[in-house]
Design a protein around this ligand. Sequence first.
Ligand code: SF4
Ligand code: SF4
Length: 244
Amino acid sequence: MTLSLCASELDRQSPFGFTCRRCLTCCRFKKIQLNPYETARLAGRLGISTTDFIARYTTGGTVLRFDDQGACVFLQADGCTVHPDRPLVCRLYPLGRYVDSLGVETFAQLALEDGCQGELHAQGTIARYLQDQEAFPFMEAADLYLDLLWYLVEHLHEQDLAPLQATAVSDAAGGEAEAESDDRCQLVWIDLDRTVREYCQRTGTPVPGDIDARMKLQIKAVRQWAAQPQGGDRYGNDPEPAGG
Ligand code: SF4
Ligand code: SF4
């Protein structure tokens, strides 16, 4: 299986700047992809679990819902209602970020949305823009989940990987993607609170309150899950009976 990521010539020190005019065009007709960290940030902002968040605010577990007019579920007349915890793709625009399998990071300047009233300029750097957008924790999380994806590529069957690949690759690129999920996937990949809660119950350890600690514990749990022998028990189901 191969993973394709776009390349770009830009890096953190490249000249870049963008002034948003808050016209909110870019919050419509998008499929905003979420990784488990982004889901947990949004769930935390709303004071609900990731399990509830996934059920109420996502399609397929990893894409934010939008209304009949194509508006993001969190868009109101005065802007984004979850702005401090908005996903990485919302922070990066109009940049794309790409990380290859060796961890080499590049950026691309994306075409502006039709109707976008923002202004591109070169009065700063990409690093400064990322800092202003408070993107670094989200980028670090995206990189950890991409590392996890590479690990899963080595350990899982192809049919298990399809939904995981769509999520991680899209998130690493700061882009959008279609993704499907299934119950097995949600058990170990998407639903951070559930995975951590079950891991802590199994190991008799307390659930960390800090979101970064919970993310790292989830990643550890997923790695342990993937390292188990293939079979129904990996998903908490009964294995197929022998000869059945
Ligand atoms: S999460 Fe906020 S910034 Fe991102 S698309 Fe939705 S409303 Fe816009
Ligand atoms: S479309 Fe452009 S100007 Fe309008 S809110 Fe989005 S980034 Fe800002």
